[in-house]
Design a protein around this ligand. Structure first.
Ligand SMILES: [Fe+2]
Length: 249
């Protein structure tokens, strides 16, 4: 499997607090069948937490790779970030302070969970205008999507791709999140399922349970597509043409 969303880099955000936790998360990923994982530290404009793509993050990434090698954990680590979308986001891309998944044209972007539909749509338009194709992190968790999922018709039509959290499918975030996550897979809106892991204990990198769920509730082909084939296309920066989903009315 290929996990495109994990807060595994030690000490850079609210994910792995230290190297031991990060290595434990990596070992769990491998044990559950993950071979490639994208480290996606939060990038935010908030004063107290500001990660941009700079030499410090690059060094953190390279050092963690060395540690994986030293500990003989066979996980291919790729660079990325989870970008909190604001009006500044398009400008930060122009300044090369943000990167897509493995440096591709596909940036992972999240939004505020409440009252953010209009702002999010405008930010997505401006990011798309740069020639990038946003991968929207966990849309099933946003309250304005839960109350009006038809907004996803628009975002998908604009060219955005949707990443669903494994925890949403497994019911860890609540009933509304789980119902919508299932519907997004069922209707063909989901492009990838990822861990959004933050720790080796809660919200982990373990992916076997969601693989089993997708296989049993949908099909082995769906599990393969969402957990492996599609995420690999992002890593490889392939040109992606998705079939039109079954729109919300
Ligand atoms: Fe995340």
């Amino acid at each position: 499997m290929v996990d495109i969303h994990a807060h595994i880099l030690p000490g850079v955000d609210d994910g792995a607090p230290d190297m031991d936790s990060a290595l434990e998360m990596a070992a769990l990923a491998v044990e559950s069948g993950v071979t490639v994982l994208v480290a996606t530290p939060h990038c935010m404009d908030f004063a107290d937490r500001k990660n941009y793509w700079d030499s410090r993050l690059t060094e953190d990434m390279l050092y963690f790779r060395q540690m994986l090698k030293k500990e003989k954990i066979p996980l291919k680590l790729k660079p990325g970030m989870e970008i909190f979308g604001t009006s500044k986001t398009p400008g930060l891309f122009k300044e090369d302070k943000l990167i897509g998944i493995n440096g591709s044209r596909y940036p992972l972007i999240e939004f505020a969970f409440h009252n953010y539909a209009a702002q999010a749509t405008e930010i997505l338009e401006n990011v798309l205008a740069l020639g990038l194709r946003p991968v929207i992190a966990h849309p099933e968790r946003y309250k304005y999507i839960q109350s009006d999922p038809a907004l996803l018709n628009l975002w998908t039509e604009m060219g955005c791709l949707l990443q669903i959290n494994k925890g949403s499918l497994l019911g860890s975030f609540g009933r509304a999140e789980q119902q919508l996550a299932f519907e997004l897979v069922d209707r063909g809106f989901a492009f990838a399922v990822a861990s959004d892991a933050h720790s080796p204990i809660r919200r982990t990198t373990w992916m076997k349970d969601v693989q089993q769920l997708l296989t049993e509730e949908f099909s082995p082909a769906t599990a393969k597509k969402l957990l492996d084939a599609n995420p690999m296309k992002l890593i490889n920066n392939e040109i992606i043409r998705e079939a039109q989903p079954h729109w919300f009315r």
